[in-house]
Design a protein around this ligand. Structure first.
Ligand SMILES: Cc1cc2nc3c(=O)[nH]c(=O)nc-3n(C[C@H](O)[C@H](O)[C@H](O)COP(=O)(O)OP(=O)(O)OC[C@H]3O[C@@H](n4cnc5c(N)ncnc54)[C@H](O)[C@@H]3O)c2cc1C
Length: 337
């Protein structure tokens, strides 16, 4: 395996930030990745997928391994459940559509999320009432310290809200090479009670939706709300929605009537970060080419030539103003490199 030197990463991150990788290598097979891990020793390795959840703030030191491992396959069918495997380098949305084309259900609410299959467990991707963990079976990953191929189940991955083992104890230690999903072949469980799904289906004149209709509705909703990275650089939601104790929420809602919230199963409460940011006056804000998207305050955007440092500085100012006004800490969802 040979590295390329000084490779511009702008085409490989959806923020469209210019930064170079000192050493860059595309990985097309598990054995190549294992060989690299065995040679590498202690030098930091950065695993890159579709680049839709990273903010590059300068030249990337160490080695950038761009995971391009292909493959998708129905491994087994039992009753109305199918075990489906996909290589980490597969494009997530293409994989979702491939499953739908075979009438496999479970991923439809996760349509049009950018990025790769291999990154989907990292932050337990979620949208419209479904999270990766709801359809996850297991994964295979290469341990970067010694090139060993390991298998992990859901308990090993410790999934949480936009969180997993890979964002905490496992951070930077594994490259995921394959993900196994448990999908349905019939009697699909339709998830319609989130956001504008039902209203959109109604507008589409769909009275009895199936998984294909749900995917189409989700695509329509997402296209109307989120900036297309091909047109405006962004990484989706920049911040996670903060979670708080119910009594804190009670106190805050008295001070700030109209504050939206979602009760969580454990009695805590989730508050939309986009609302908090909007209340602080950031929605539509622009400074140079760094900005806060005018249709969704949770999304930070690069209008062209913004640097990662400029986006990061804007994110810090936004978080500080939310903390000052509401006493709430909002944390980035995006991985800052
Ligand atoms: C317009 C837009 C909308 C979005 N909407 C959503 C949404 O609704 N829900 C949601 O959850 N996310 C959303 N995102 C965020 C993003 O799409 C997901 O986080 C996605 O899973 C990132 O995939 P990626 O391949 O681009 O990862 P990258 O950006 O390449 O990497 C993200 C992180 O994962 C690590 N990583 C990547 N691949 C691997 C691998 N194979 N093994 C180990 N580590 C790896 C990287 O090191 C990095 O830390 C959105 C982004 C955009 C731009």
């Amino acid at each position: 395996m040979t590295y390329q030197q000084h490779i511009p990463l702008r085409p490989f991150n959806t923020f469209g930030i210019e930064a170079e990788a000192r050493h860059y290598c595309e990985i097309h097979s598990v054995s190549d990745l294992q060989a690299i891990a065995r040679q590498q020793g202690d030098e930091p390795m950065h695993i890159l997928g579709g680049g839709s959840n990273v903010l590059l703030t300068g030249p990337v030191q160490g080695r950038v391994l761009h995971i391009r491992i292909p493959g998708r396959n129905v491994e087994a069918v039992s009753g109305n459940t199918a075990l489906v495997a996909a290589g980490a380098g597969e494009n997530w949305h293409d994989f979702v559509q491939w499953c739908l084309a075979q009438s496999l259900g479970g991923l439809e609410n996760l349509s049009l999320i950018p990025g790769s299959v291999g990154a989907s467990p990292i932050q337990n991707i979620g949208a419209y009432g479904v999270e990766l963990k709801d359809v996850f079976h297991s994964l295979e990953a290469v341990r970067l310290s010694d090139g060993e191929l390991v298998t992990m189940d859901a308990a090993d991955c410790a999934f949480g809200y936009r969180d997993s083992f890979f964002k905490r104890e496992g951070k930077g230690r594994y490259a995921i090479v394959k993900v196994y999903f448990q999908l349905t072949t019939s009697k699909h469980r339709l998830r319609l009670d989130y956001g504008a799904i039902r209203d959109t289906l109604k507008e589409m004149n769909v009275a009895h939706p199936d998984i294909h209709d749900i995917s189409r509705a989700i695509i329509q909703i997402r296209q109307s709300k989120l900036p297309d990275p091909a047109l405006i650089g962004n990484a989706g939601s920049f911040f996670k929605n903060p979670e708080t104790e119910a009594d804190t929420w009670q106190r805050l809602s008295e001070l700030h009537p109209g504050m939206p919230h979602f009760p969580l199963p454990d009695g805590r409460v989730k508050i939309p970060a986009g609302w908090l940011i909007e209340q602080c006056g950031w929605k539509g804000f622009r400074e140079g080419d760094a900005g806060c998207y005018d249709k969704q305050a949770l999304v930070l955007v690069n209008y062209g030539q913004a640097t990662g440092q400029e986006i990061l500085s804007l994110a810090r100012r936004i978080a500080a103003s939310v903390q000052e006004r509401f006493g709430m800490v909002i944390e980035p969802e995006v991985n800052v490199w």
